[in-house]
Ligand binder design. Structure first.
Ligand SMILES: CC(C)(COP(=O)(O)OP(=O)(O)OC[C@H]1O[C@@H](n2cnc3c(N)ncnc32)[C@H](O)[C@@H]1O)[C@@H](O)C(=O)NCCC(=O)NCCS
Ligand SMILES: Nc1ncnc2c1ncn2[C@@H]1O[C@H](COP(=O)(O)OP(=O)(O)OP(=O)(O)O)[C@@H](O)[C@H]1O
Length: 264
């Protein structure tokens, strides 16, 4: 299964792209949504946040006051790192299970929508990095308009991330969202068609195996495809294609390291 990392800068349009992908039945695992779930009342993450930042970041019903916490962490790098250290491991764990579920369902590919993909270690693990791009001036405008925020607040959020133009050099593909939503729709059609082509047809075998796991033949087939094909130990209809993906993955990784020699 191809795991695609979708990222961008704040307000460049990741959620808009994700929505269009979901409309085309592409499975999307959204880190922002997970980051909200892991801090719901009663979770260990919320307890740790309260311990670190005090109960001033709670509203009267016991849930997180996102505005209050945002106004602390987007102005203070140290505090942001402390929050990230609490929330990110839980988000990564949930995303891992999300990917595993997609794999068990026999999906050909899935998309991880992660705003901080490049700021963290995950960009090195995905099959490819797709960047939703718009120039910084449009990004700032859209952010202020969406959040009804001042230029100071919007700028401090922008400054808490790697600038969008710097993220370009990590990207294997770019979805340019500088134009209107109609234009974006057409780009997403082409992007999804490209993904389907890239993922090939070997998913049919995996899907059939998954559906048939209740029978003994299904289990044998399932094991065959899961263990042998994924470890490249034997021939199968998906073998050549798997090798090709692996080769491309390795060359992408090599290219990323070539472009960013300082990064291990
Ligand atoms: C600080 C919080 C409560 C503010 O909530 P708010 O509803 O105002 O923003 P929301 O969660 O919708 O995030 C909007 C965007 O802000 C950016 N952003 C969020 N957290 C961070 C961060 N720690 N560092 C840099 N950018 C961030 C992302 O681009 C994100 O898409 C919230 O963003 C949060 O819990 N952040 C820490 C978790 C995190 O890093 N989430 C990002 C994806 S894992
Ligand atoms: N092509 C477009 N034309 C005009 N407005 C757009 C376009 N794409 C997105 N927007 C608007 O820009 C704002 C930011 O988009 P969106 O929320 O999708 O960004 P995001 O990258 O997911 O942001 P965040 O990092 O905060 O999650 C939204 O108000 C959205 O409606």
């Amino acid at each position: 299964m191809l795991v695609i990392g979708l990222t961008g800068g704040i307000a460049t349009g990741k959620s808009t792209v994700s929505k269009l992908l979901k409309e085309r039945h592409v499975p999307v695992i959204d880190a922002d949504v997970i980051a909200r779930q892991v801090v719901e009342p009663g979770t260990s993450c919320l307890a740790k946040i309260v311990k670190k930042f005090g109960d001033g970041i709670l509203i009267s019903d016991g849930s997180l006051d996102r505005k209050a916490l945002g106004s602390i962490i987007f102005k203070d790098e140290q505090k942001r790192k402390q929050l990230n250290a609490i929330v990110h491991p839980a988000v990564r764990r949930a995303m891992f299970w999300g990917v595993a579920k997609c794999w068990l369902k026999g999906e050909r590919f899935c998309v991880l929508d992660v705003p901080l993909l490049i700021e963290g270690p995950l960009w090195k693990l995905v099959y490819k990095v797709v960047l939703v791009y718009c120039p910084p001036d449009i990004q700032l405008q859209r952010l202020m308009l969406r959040d009804n925020s001042s230029i100071e607040d919007a700028s401090s959020r922008l400054d808490s991330q790697i600038p969008i133009n710097d993220k370009l050099r990590y990207a294997d593909d770019r979805i340019d969202n500088s134009g209107g939503v109609e234009e974006l729709n057409a780009k997403i059609d082409a992007f999804v068609a490209g993904l389907r082509k890239e993922a090939g047809w070997s998913w049919v075998c995996r899907l059939l195996c998954n559906i048939r796991t209740k029978s003994i033949y299904g289990r044998i087939l399932y094991l065959y495809f899961s263990v042998f094909v994924s470890t490249e130990r034997t021939w199968s209809p998906g073998y050549a294609q798997g090798c090709e993906h692996l080769k491309q993955f390795r060359s992408n990784l090599h290219e990323k390291h070539r472009r960013n020699p300082g990064i291990d």
